[in-house]
Design a protein around this ligand. Structure first.
Ligand code: UDP
Ligand code: MG
Length: 233
């Protein structure tokens, strides 16, 4: 099995772009490999003095997750971890996965759970804080399962910022952050990916009674007022 993992790993790092697309999108056997590659025993999270508190923040592209997370983090003392930002940092730090991540983000697909969860784990472990708002993750059921296997800290709260697609598209196209994925074609794909892959995660946490759905139409202040009661208790 180990050899198989290694050879698949080599395949990922040396794959041609078309294969990379498959690797990063919907190839369930590779997702399964991804979660197996890191055994729970390797997860060093529990070696932190205290088990961290984790909350997830979900919602479609441009819905305002980042903006609201900044405010929640400042007001209620969380460390804001945008997984999209962690991935973009990987691209600019010329990591071994940089090229694959750039290509995946440019196409609006989801980066392999192996890479994302590893990054997240490393970031949580090296942080001196122990209260995290994880923004934009898990984006798929595979992401969620990999997270559970490798990090395994049950989220206390899952926020879902909800807004119609037309408004999300408008916000993305007007935010001018120079992102490679803030164009109409990629955003249309991200909306499709959100519906097909992230909505099942939202349904999962609804079933667990952890989901808090927030109407994300309104001013930043109005939306933040809707979030407050969740963390003020
Ligand atoms: N992304 C990913 N996995 C994650 C988070 C982000 O693959 O867990 C990639 C994905 O390609 C996504 C892009 O990063 O479309 C941008 O994500 P981000 O959360 O920054 O975008 P937002 O939803 O905030 O516009
Ligand atoms: Mg964001």
């Amino acid at each position: 099995m180990l050899r198989r993992i290694r050879s698949l790993s080599t395949l990922i790092s040396s794959a041609k772009p078309s294969l990379l697309n498959q690797v990063t999108y919907g190839l369930h056997f590779l997702e399964a490999f991804s979660t197996e590659a890191l055994k729970p025993a390797e997860a060093g999270i529990l070696s932190k003095a205290r088990t961290p508190t984790v909350n997830f923040v979900l919602g479609g592209p441009g819905v305002g997750k980042g903006t609201q997370c900044t405010r929640i983090a400042e007001t209620y003392g969380f460390t804001h971890l945008s997984v999209g930002d962690l991935l973009r940092k990987e691209i600019s730090s010329s990591s071994e996965y940089g090229e694959m991540i750039l290509e995946t983000i440019t196409k609006g697909k989801i980066v392999s759970s192996e890479v994302t969860v590893k990054l997240l784990k490393r970031t949580i472990e090296s942080s001196e804080t122990d209260r995290f708002l994880i923004d934009g993750f898990p984006r798929s059921e595979e992401n969620r399962v990999a997270y559970e296997r490798i990090i395994g800290i049950e989220p206390e709260v899952v926020l879902f910022f909800d807004c119609d697609e037309e408004e999300m598209l408008k916000r993305v196209l007007h935010r001018n952050q120079g992102r490679v994925d803030d164009n109409i074609n990629t955003t249309m794909e991200r909306l499709k990916v959100f519906e097909a892959y992230t909505l099942p995660v939202i349904r999962y946490y609804t079933g667990k009674g952890k989901l808090h759905k927030i109407n994300a139409i309104g001013t930043e202040d109005e939306i933040f007022e809707r979030v407050r009661p969740i963390f003020s208790t």
